[in-house]
Design a protein around this ligand. Structure first.
Ligand SMILES: Cc1cc2nc3c(=O)[nH]c(=O)nc-3n(C[C@H](O)[C@H](O)[C@H](O)COP(=O)(O)OP(=O)(O)OC[C@H]3O[C@@H](n4cnc5c(N)ncnc54)[C@H](O)[C@@H]3O)c2cc1C
Length: 396
């Protein structure tokens, strides 16, 4: 067992932290108020290799491990506490990897290099207006018709609908195949027969969330991932990867909040002493820090499991991987929310102002409590299934 980061990981972590400090932090309010990530930030991310970083080098990525991507996710969550940049980052990391792994050879050089350069967006579309947790209940279909799939239905709460329209790109879209399986297709948003709508979220404003309506849109058959009817498996693999980075980004946001809080309680005088001298506050900090440290290492272990098994196509440790990933997606978002909330309280009235900026983190992290990349109870269902056995799945 060796918990040290490699020299390469330490150097990369330092580079991403510098980028977070110098570029993301000074721009996070602008990202939030202007409801977009400025193109120069995306280009700077591309220059650092941060866009779709797990994509192999020959397709424009850096062929990064899940471990290195996890480290970057922590730093980006720490840099832009609104979480908008982290969402952009982790969608492209996770789903770029899935397209590189399961996409057709002819399609990868067409789709992935622009994503790695920040010139196109790549996201995921599974959720529908009738529900996101119960994917078996989805209604959207992608039926084969000659050299195309005809996609009909509606997806909702989809991140990046406007970015994919404006920049180019699209979403890996899960749909029923009309028989008993699912097809998983890359669907370019500019395809004829697709409309988008932007929803009005409370946070992480720098990346759009909205609806995608498919009116018998014809999507070339070359955009199918893997085999027909097997799409559910590829989508679940992608969620396993992406959820690890969600948790890592939340850990970054939690650490940022605690660092902000520590600097404040060392200085703020109350009753003639710094606030941090009072155990009521100091012990709260210590308890939160201890939990953050524990979940951070759980995240890193989840990434290690992905590198060791999942990314090599080895399913022999599937249960261990599922447990590790569901555990961090279950614990990291509420922990980050709690850290930001407590630090806001240490700041007193100032914590409630936009100037101090903690509310940005509260709004951003909340997206991962309500459901993005799978609700907390869905993580509990996965863990219950893996601990007790499939016969204890509550919905069957
Ligand atoms: C900001 C944001 C961005 C998003 N981006 C994307 C995206 O890019 N692509 C995409 O496909 N989706 C996206 N989503 C949607 C997300 O995946 C869904 O919100 C999530 O899957 C939950 O689905 P739902 O919102 O329909 O809630 P529901 O499925 O209706 O569930 C409602 C609540 O009940 C809980 N619940 C569900 N089933 C059970 C059960 N059996 N027992 C106990 N509790 C249960 C859930 O955890 C949730 O808290 C995004 C969501 C948000 C908030």
């Amino acid at each position: 067992m060796d918990f040290r980061l490699s020299d390469e990981e330490v150097a990369f972590q330092a580079a991403v932290r510098r980028f977070g400090d110098k570029v993301l932090r000074p721009n996070e309010v602008k990202i939030d108020t202007e409801a977009t990530i400025p193109p120069e930030i995306l280009h700077a991310m591309a220059d650092l290799g941060l866009l779709a970083m797990m994509v192999p080098e020959e397709l424009g990525g850096m062929g990064a491990s899940a471990a290195l991507t996890e480290i970057a996710a922590e730093e980006i969550g720490r840099g832009d506490s609104s979480m908008a940049t982290a969402v952009f980052f982790l969608l492209e990391a996770g789903w770029g990897h899935i397209l590189a792994r399961h996409g057709q050879e002819a399609v990868k050089p067409e789709v992935l290099p622009p994503v790695c350069q920040g010139k196109a967006f790549l996201g995921i579309a599974t959720t529908e207006p009738t529900g996101g947790s119960d994917l078996g209940g989805m209604r959207t279909t992608a039926r084969r018709d000659g050299d195309a799939f005809v996609v009909r239905g509606e997806k909702s709460f989809i991140s990046g609908v406007e970015e994919a329209k404006a920049l180019g790109g699209g979403h890996l879209t899960l749909a029923k195949d009309g028989a008993h399986g699912y097809n998983f297709l890359y669907v370019p948003t500019r395809t004829e027969g697709i409309d988008t709508q932007r929803f009005h979220n409370m946070g992480r404003m720098g990346i759009s969330t909205g609806g995608l309506s498919f009116h018998d849109a014809r999507v070339p058959a070359k955009y199918l991932l893997g085999s027909e009817g097997k799409g559910f498996e590829y989508a679940m693999e992608g969620f396993t990867v992406a959820r690890t980075f969600v948790a890592a980004a939340c850990i970054g946001a939690a650490e940022r909040a605690l660092e902000t809080g520590m600097a404040y309680i060392k200085e703020r005088p109350v009753f003639g002493r710094p606030l941090g001298k009072f155990e009521g506050i100091q012990f709260e900090l210590v308890d939160l820090w201890t939990q953050v440290e524990a979940v951070k290492w759980q995240c890193r272990r989840a990434a290690w499991l992905l590198d060791t098994y999942t990314l090599k196509g080895d399913t022999s440790h599937r249960s261990e991987v599922d447990r590790a990933v569901a555990a961090v997606k279950l614990t990291a978002p509420p922990l980050a929310f709690e850290c930001v909330k407590r630090v806001m309280m240490w700041f007193g009235a100032a914590g409630y102002t936009k100037e101090v900026g903690l509310e940005l983190g509260l709004r951003g992290v909340m997206s991962y409590l309500v459901g993005a990349e799978g609700g907390l109870n869905i993580m509990r269902i996965i863990l219950g299934r893996e601990l007790l056995g499939k016969e204890f799945v509550p919905y069957k």
